[in-house]
Design a binder for this molecule. Structure first.
Ligand SMILES: O=C(O)C(=O)Cc1ccccc1
Length: 311
């Protein structure tokens, strides 16, 4: 639209991360500008401060599970909303400065999720070398180029970007691992329902017997399927946890809206993290006629008549 400034997308940087690749796959070049952030907290902070309009950050991985910095960064601080999910199957190379040989590598660095997905191969290729965590795979590549480490586990494009050469191609322990990224934005209108959406929440339940069952029941009785649930420490004290979960459906769907309202009553704290199109290539489970929007609408109309004495 003429006059509309381009959307500024922050992402886990520097240039050459998988987060950047995911952003490129989701947002066509020319649709906005890309701003590398030095970490997930910085990318989220850029959105909260208004320095960026949205941020693309990794949320979870099929091998290593969730990315704590993202889970906690969304659960705490000023509210943000997930507006998209993006999936990427990363390819990892072990890269070093030109001229480095495998036998000369004494240190290797990468993002903890990349190290986890290559741990077996690294142990065999580099026995005795303790892998070091970096804020991202591309940051590890940049550090190798700067002479801080001998090798990095990174994307082929990051090796190229930082002038490294691949010592070993495809160092993943297992093929087919997928990382799920999310695009987060400041609170605003939700993406329109598509009929195949997901909703994300963080819930803190009370310290009483059956509290988690009470939470789960609100989904089950409305035929809402969960696609992820995990507990995270609230960092208050040992033993107090929040539940981070994704369910099928959109807040605009009657059954999901009713479940959200019920959870608001049942939970000690409830944070809505967004409703957005499902992008994992799977279809939400069909619901029986008693749980669809028409049934909820008809029931609400009936209750209105009852309350008006029009029985
Ligand atoms: O560090 C990166 O490049 C990221 O985008 C995070 C990450 C790390 C490992 C696998 C997938 C995503």
């Amino acid at each position: 639209m003429p006059g509309t400034p381009p959307t500024r997308y922050a992402y886990l940087g520097p240039e050459g991360t998988f987060a950047e690749a995911a952003l490129i796959s989701a947002v066509a070049p020319g649709e906005g500008s890309r701003i590398p952030s030095p970490g997930v907290p910085a990318a989220l902070a850029a959105v909260r401060s208004g320095d960026a309009d949205a941020a693309l950050v990794p949320l979870e991985n099929s091998v290593e599970g969730s990315v704590p910095a993202t889970m906690d960064g969304l659960a705490e601080g000023d509210p943000l909303l997930i507006t998209r999910e993006v999936f990427l199957a990363p390819t990892f190379v072990l890269a070093g400065r030109p001229g480095t040989t495998l036998s000369a590598v004494r240190s290797v660095a990468s993002h903890p999720h990349a190290l986890a997905q290559t741990a077996g191969r690294l142990a065999r290729l580099l026995p005795g070398v303790v892998p070091l965590p970096a804020t991202s795979t591309a940051e590890a590549a940049r550090q190798v180029a700067a002479g801080e480490h001998d090798a990095a586990v990174c994307a082929p494009i990051a090796a190229e970007r930082y002038g490294l050469t691949a010592l070993v191609d495809d160092v993943a322990d297992r093929s087919g691992a997928v990382t799920r990224f999310v695009l987060v934005a400041p609170p605003g209108p939700l993406p329109a329902p598509t009929g195949n959406d997901k909703t994300s929440l963080v819930a803190v339940v009370g310290d009483r017997t059956g509290a988690l069952l009470d939470l789960l029941r609100e989904f089950a009785v409305r035929e809402i399927s969960l696609t992820r649930i995990e507990s995270r420490p609230t960092r208050e004290r040992l033993g107090v946890y929040s539940f981070s979960l994704d369910c099928e459906g959109h807040a605009a769907d009657a059954r999901v809206g009713e479940a959200l309202a019920a959870l608001h009553r049942v939970c000690d704290e409830l944070r809505f993290l967004g409703s957005y199109p499902r992008a994992d290539g799977r279809e939400n489970k069909p619901v029986t006629p008693v749980s669809n929007d028409a049934a909820f609408g008809e029931a609400a109309g009936w209750l209105e008549r009852v309350r008006a004495g029009r029985v």
